[in-house]
Ligand binder design. Structure first.
Ligand SMILES: CCCCCCC/C=C/C(=O)SCCNC(=O)CCNC(=O)[C@H](O)C(C)(C)COP(=O)(O)OP(=O)(O)OC[C@H]1O[C@@H](n2cnc3c(N)ncnc32)[C@H](O)[C@@H]1OP(=O)(O)O
Ligand SMILES: NC(=O)C1=CN([C@@H]2O[C@H](COP(=O)(O)OP(=O)(O)OC[C@H]3O[C@@H](n4cnc5c(N)ncnc54)[C@H](OP(=O)(O)O)[C@@H]3O)[C@@H](O)[C@H]2O)C=CC1
Length: 283
């Protein structure tokens, strides 16, 4: 069961009044909840995702919260569609203040079995699509002399992500791409940060099998999955002036997963179960 957006945020009313936030992948899960958080705080929203129906449902909810909304069904994997989305955002709102690259995904598979088409689908979505969005926004910020703020949603990659090697490679690419342009684009007053969620309870858990889902509930020392609000609060911090001296950083919100715990997307392989025979023989 998906938890709801966070009506009880720690951030003050009106914090994003007069601001425009673009959230990709806002038809579901974290993206939808974060867009709702920004709407509650007074922002106008630009939202995109492939599934038009889910996106329009989010747009309706955002408008009910009082936000002005531009909703465009599109894929971030098409650089021309990305350019068109940004042009429309600049035409409609005169620009965006914050870009949240939340759209992404993967499928569980042993690395040995990933086909070229599957590898490309995951890398194209998570790395290339994110890059097209970053560059298209930054080009316009630079051209118009406007400051900008990019937040890329990635994952806890530091110990690798077995069974989703494609997404680990793509997200690692995004982290170091972000660090690189955080330096290059600082002179244009553009901040670039990443947010790495641990396992956060969303409907997207259902893309994975029972063993995978069970591992998501125990993938950190706290031994439970995080809530969507844990992420929307972190995103709001990075999107706001509270973080105005932060760039090139990865904000990890994971219950300690980067230190201990293993999400096994396809279930824990037998090889990694504790073998008490081996320990007994070793004395
Ligand atoms: C990052 C994790 C850190 C730890 C936390 C763990 C908790 C959960 C984390 C989450 O990220 S929650 C989930 C977020 N959402 C999703 O993952 C969405 C689900 N996935 C997809 O929508 C898609 O798989 C995709 C990756 C976005 C690709 O979409 P696309 O529409 O381009 O591709 P397809 O046409 O469906 O497939 C292309 C190609 O890919 C291979 N493939 C796709 N699905 C599978 C699968 N389930 N198993 C094996 N292979 C798959 C396959 O080669 C496809 O080509 P064809 O064979 O179909 O021709
Ligand atoms: N939940 C978790 O535990 C974790 C999630 N993450 C990441 O956080 C993000 C949100 O996750 P969550 O809300 O749980 O998952 P969802 O699957 O619900 O959200 C992913 C969103 O991305 C959109 N999307 C996917 N591909 C594209 C594309 N090519 N173009 C535009 N939009 C696209 C999807 O909409 P549509 O299909 O309509 O295009 C969907 O709304 C994802 O990047 C996910 O991998 C990272 C770590 C942990």
């Amino acid at each position: 069961m998906q938890t709801n957006a966070n009506p009880k945020t720690a951030f003050r009313d009106g914090l994003f009044e007069g601001k425009v936030v673009l959230v990709s992948g806002a038809g579901t899960g974290l993206g939808k909840a974060c867009a709702e958080q920004f709407a509650r705080l007074g922002a106008s929203l630009v939202i995109c995702a492939r599934d038009g129906e889910r996106l329009q449902a989010t747009a309706r909810d955002l408008r009910e919260l009082g936000a002005k909304v531009l909703a465009r069904p599109m894929t971030i994997r098409d650089p021309e569609a990305v350019q068109a989305l940004m042009d429309e955002a600049w035409r409609e709102f005169g620009g965006i203040d914050v870009l949240v690259n939340n759209a992404g995904g993967q499928f569980a598979s042993p690395a040995l079995e990933i086909k070229p088409k599957g590898w490309l689908a995951v890398v194209d979505t998570n790395l290339n699509g994110t890059w097209y969005m970053m560059q298209a926004a930054a080009q316009r910020w630079q051209k118009h002399g406007q400051p900008g703020n990019i937040i890329n949603v990635v994952a806890v990659i530091w110990r690798g992500l077995p069974q989703v090697a494609h997404t680990c490679a793509a997200r690692a690419g995004v982290v170091f791409l972000s660090k690189s342009v955080a330096v290059e684009w600082a002179e244009h007053r553009i901040r670039v940060n990443c947010l790495a969620p641990g396992t956060i309870q969303t409907d997207a858990f259902n893309y994975y099998n029972e063993q995978g889902r069970a591992s998501f509930q125990q993938a950190n020392p706290m031994k439970h999955a995080g809530e969507i609000a844990d992420i929307s609060e972190g995103l709001t911090y990075l999107a706001s002036d509270a973080s105005k001296f932060v760039t090139g950083e990865v904000l990890t919100i994971d219950g300690g997963q980067q230190l201990w715990g293993d999400p096994w997307f396809d279930g824990r392989p037998t090889y990694f179960e504790l073998d008490y025979e081996v320990s007994r023989r070793a004395g």
